[in-house]
Design a protein. Structure first.
Length: 388
């Protein structure tokens, strides 16, 4: 997993701290007394976080929920932020065994041209969405930094907040994308266990685990306002991965106090040509435990729960700890035109689009999500930023 040509290396102590804490963490060593002690404290130390993520805490989910809810309401009120992802391309140069975009998977490939990108953005904007997340497969050639930058410039015409979920980039690249209009960058480490990571990423630049780890810090040094972190739960030991994710965000927040920090909690989902994919099962109760532990440890952080999860789960978790959810989602390429413009959904599969990255569970439109949040006494927020 040596750095490849063109990959920027930075001097940072964050990786060493995170890995040291993760490797020494034994979830089974924590007792119910440790959990109760953590819940009774006003703050939350790293040791307390370890207790809240442990199996012993599974007996105290209601208590975790109560404390997490108080923290959420104190920092965010009843607000729940909404966004939509837009997949620009599904070409990829990596072989990740769990991903539908991997270069050896026989799927329909597509890379939107700029006219198609603008069409998709107009349609999404017309639904009322004001924040968009731009995603690509990890292909330097099909989805170049210049290509992504031009997409950001188009997005700035229609949206007030632009996020990126692309391959890791160098500081100069992130600075360019920020100048083009990008506000934040999210990078999923997939798993923080480098040994497991190596067995799952068999080919391509994504194999370089440390370069991926340092993506958020490079983005912050480049001037990005915010960065997002995430593990794909189900690949490794989810408790250790959850700890490492939280600490990665925690240490960077301390190092860059002005940065906006957010966490995502995706679970492994079926992909095209491998519907039976299932590594290490993470239950909804365990996912809820992770979200609640994150909220208690990082009360100011945004927490996103995507459409990988059911509508029922997302409706519940936003009442406790999650503060951001997606709506009107398609993980295919160029799907929004058909999704919103065609009344005949039976023709959806015949359109000239690229295949999806993974199967989604919550298919609600923006309006449906909006209405469900209002019915629950929550306040849907489309945007709270203003450029002056």
């Amino acid at each position: 997993m040596e750095y490849q040509a063109g990959m920027e290396q930075i001097e940072s102590e964050v990786m060493t701290k995170v890995i040291s804490q993760m490797t020494s963490y034994d979830p089974a060593a924590y007792t119910k007394q440790d959990v109760v002690s953590a819940l009774n404290k006003r703050g939350c130390s790293i040791q307390d976080l370890k207790a809240l993520l442990s199996p012993a805490a599974e007996s105290y989910l209601e208590e975790l929920a109560n404390k997490a809810q108080v923290k959420t309401r104190k920092q965010f009120g009843n607000n729940v932020y909404l966004f939509t992802p837009l997949y620009l391309a599904n070409y990829c140069e990596n072989y990740c065994v769990y991903c539908g975009f991997n270069l050896f998977n026989k799927i329909k490939r597509q890379c939107l041209n700029f006219e198609q990108i603008e069409t998709e953005m107009k349609i999404i904007s017309d639904t009322g969405i004001e924040e968009i997340l731009l995603l690509t497969g990890e292909s330097y050639h099909r989805s170049s930094i210049d290509y992504i930058g031009k997409a950001c410039k188009i997005a700035r015409k229609y949206f007030k907040m632009i996020g990126l979920e692309i391959y890791p980039a160098n500081i100069d690249d992130y600075h360019y994308l920020n100048q083009c209009g990008a506000d934040y960058v999210t990078v999923f480490q997939e798993t923080y266990d480098s040994d497991i990571y190596e067995t799952l990423h068999l080919f391509g630049h994504k194999r370089v685990w440390p370069y991926r780890f340092e993506s958020q810090e490079r983005a912050l040094r480049a001037g990005m306002r915010g960065v997002g972190f995430g593990t794909l739960f189900g690949l490794g030991d989810f408790r250790k991965d959850a700890l490492a994710t939280a600490l990665h965000a925690y240490y960077l927040q301390r190092k860059y106090p002005a940065a906006e920090i957010s966490l995502s909690v995706p679970r492994l989902r079926p992909i095209i040509n491998n519907q039976k994919i299932k590594f290490k099962n993470v239950s909804e109760a365990q996912l809820c435990q992770i979200v609640m532990a994150y909220r208690i440890f990082l009360p100011f952080a945004g927490i996103t729960v995507s459409t990988r999860e059911s509508a029922e789960f997302r409706n519940g978790i936003v009442k406790i700890g999650a503060t951001k959810i997606s709506a009107g989602v398609s993980t295919g390429i160029g799907d929004h035109q058909e999704k919103y413009a065609e009344e005949d959904q039976e023709n959806f599969s015949n359109c000239e689009t690229g295949d999806e990255q993974f199967a989604i569970e919550d298919t609600r439109s923006l309006q449906q999500v909006y209405d469900d949040l209002k019915a629950a006494g929550l306040q849907p927020v489309l945007n709270d930023y203003l450029y002056v």
